[in-house]
Design a protein. Sequence first.
Lengths: 619, 290
Amino acid sequence: MSESVVAAHPEHASQTTPSQPPVARVLRDLSVLTGGQGGDGTLTVSDLLARYFHAQGMYVYNSRSVLSRIRGGYAAASSRASVEPTMAQKALQDVIVAFHQDAITFGEKTLSADGFILGDEKVVTNPGQNTVLLPISITAASKLGNPLYKNVIAFGALSVLMGMDREVARKVVEQRFGRRSEEARAKNLSAFDIGVELAAKSPGPKPRFSVERGTAKDQVLLTGNQALAYGFVVGGGRFFAGYPITPATPVMETLMKILPQYHGVVRQAEDELSAINMTLGAAYAGARAMTATSGPGFSLMTEALGHAGEAEIPVVITDCQRVGPSTGEPTRNEQSDLFHAVFASHGEFPRFVLAPGFPQDAYDIGIQALNLAEKWQLPIILLLDQALGENMQTTPRLTLKGVSVDRGKLLSQEALDALAAYKRYEFTKDGVSPRTIPGMKGGQSQVTGNEHDEWGHVSVNVENRKMMMAKRMTRLRLAKPDLPPPIIWGDEKARVGFIGFGCTFGPIREAQGLLKRKGISSRFYQARTLWPVPIETLAPFLSSVDVVFVVEHNFMGQFARLIRSFVTAHNIESIVKYDGSSFVAEEIAGHVEQMMKEHASYVPSKTPIVTYESEGGGF
Amino acid sequence: MVEHVKPIQPTWCPGCGDFGVMAAVKKGVLELKIPSENLVLVGGIGCSGGIHNFMDGYGFHALHGRLLPTAIGVKLANPKLTVVAIGGDGDGYAIGMGHFVHALKKNTSITYIVMNNETYGLTKGQASPTSHVGFEGNVEPPVDAILTALSIPAAAFIARGFSGTPKEATALVTEALRFTQERKGFAFVEILSPCVTYNDTYDLWREKVEDVGKRPGYDKADRGKAFSTVLDVMHSGKIPVGEIYRTPDDQLYTSLDRTLLPNPAEAPATVDISVAANLARYEKMLASLE
């Protein structure tokens, strides 16, 4: 077993500068990094670019790197557009928009050999090679009365330098700001025109390059957080309580806009303790309910997580992970809450930990989680991460195909009336008891976090305890066929495997493409159920390849370790990253190539695998 | 009718003040003819929090200190229910104090009854947030939840009763239940409930309670007057009880449940969530994504 660490951006060492200015060429895959001080509105430029390229039929992946403060500090956002589907950042930038010297200082080493920099003359003190300096913020202040219009001015200038369709770009500005007010529309359109004018007068070739039009159809721009929120609504979710926390807050913000239209309730609680307990109360009362948080908030929720397990309350908890522990790096990406999601809270109880890999997946699994929670009457943790949660990307239009509501053993009043006796925790074959909700006549019950008998009365009887433990824990085994299956991507006959979950999806998929071009074909097990560990599909996958790279954003290689605790496999390698930034495909592919080189013998013909199916009480 | 869970015998010590509180709750429920299937009792952790096991209704045993968020969640999921949160002074004013203040602010139409015995009975008599200086080595002057509640602008129903004067306690609880039945907001009733085992204060409290309503010129609609009277009574060495403050109907803030769910029949727990029932709106919503 080997744990190895990939240094951030190993291949991004500074590039040699071309002696000739770049000539116009046509790009099929490009990335624009916008960097400045927090509060500069760098995200606005990225957002406009994403909307433009989306309108041009390209696949878009936006990512951001901001500090956790509203103003100040270096903040950068990148926008990638590609003719081919992409769900990851690009290693090298084709354009850097610099609203601050830092954007050049920190960003220049990631500029591609024939890329260029668009800099704001007022703040850029040390322009790099190939920099177009324009009086962006000064003109914004003098002509429009507010330096913040520099974002749209820069976008206007980019439309010239990047050979964009002027009318489409202008329309994007109009759509983005027109909804706010007539003044916002007019001023931003002026800003765009000013940018066009400034760039037109600048020295050097115009455009520097042009961008090929894409053919992507019926795509929308969404983040994982947003997609999850929509899934929650169409899955019948009607109650949400949360507490503001980066990067999970957009789930609450999205739901605040839409849920009240469906007689739903969204509440901002006084803390995460309140948020989860309100959610439990609403779920107990019969609403499909969810809370969403990030690591620190999830830590506060752990007592209530166990309560949901013991009291058998169907509830969904989303943990949109960030860098931990403690306050960590609130705006940066990590997947280090996996162990916590799987093991959090004292005592033993069943839970499912599910992890979508891309926005559409967050929508689908969000819907499915609501059904699973009610069917199996237990807490479900949806593990997202900052990159999946916050990065906006093109996603196939969300549909209602296959969406259904399954409330499990929730009784109707008629079904309840037909019973001789109603016991909330009745022993059953599948461990799931019929459930009533307050207001139903004859369904009165005691729901409690104390160990209890079938009626819900407190009990310390040893036989009862054993039966209740079995009743609850047996669901971990019985529910397995119901849980989201993995998706296996790539070549069936490949000898190299990848395992990953969440935001590593895009980089792994792209790395598969890079490797394939070098003659290394691979298979990728995209895990969507993390707990209970899906050994039924993992074991055959591990056996089907010579070596498996488990790619994840944490120090310990948590998923690899979790898998190893259920199988004995000698072909698992870890690729981990925990510096706060997300993997790019080149890192993963480079790592695999190097490992393959170093361990030529590392291709065992037959890898013995033993699976342990029944530890302890035997789930 | 289908047989359902039966109330069990209380686990309280003989003579416990909590018996009087439960009697008051039962009488209030009876008086207002609240059907037991519409009654949700959310209990906290501690002796008092077991009350839901001893009454007919839907019982939920919440986590220590978290009964208020739980009860608010129940009410906001289905405002047709009568939701009563019942716990002790440790549960409510120590581990749950943050939620207490915010429950007053949130102003959801639920009744919150705190059985205050000025000690942690279930863990055998430690000092609680309401213990006086000197009790079990306590050196911190106690909190007073009535003063706390009075300081929250939305708090509209604030009362304190005494388990030793059951008629008055019953009247306060009944009024609180009526207040929430009418969806007027959050009703808070603290009931002094002696712990006969670790802090037997029956005789002391019988001597010390003073009904503020009997003070000449007392106006329970005057928050400032209520505050100063409560302080006066406390400074004189007595314990203020009675319906201490009540916002007149025409000055009430709209309760949270009424604001969010004007029609109680259309609520998160009861609205039709099938895809078929929502199809047109779902399609429109998804089509609006760009």
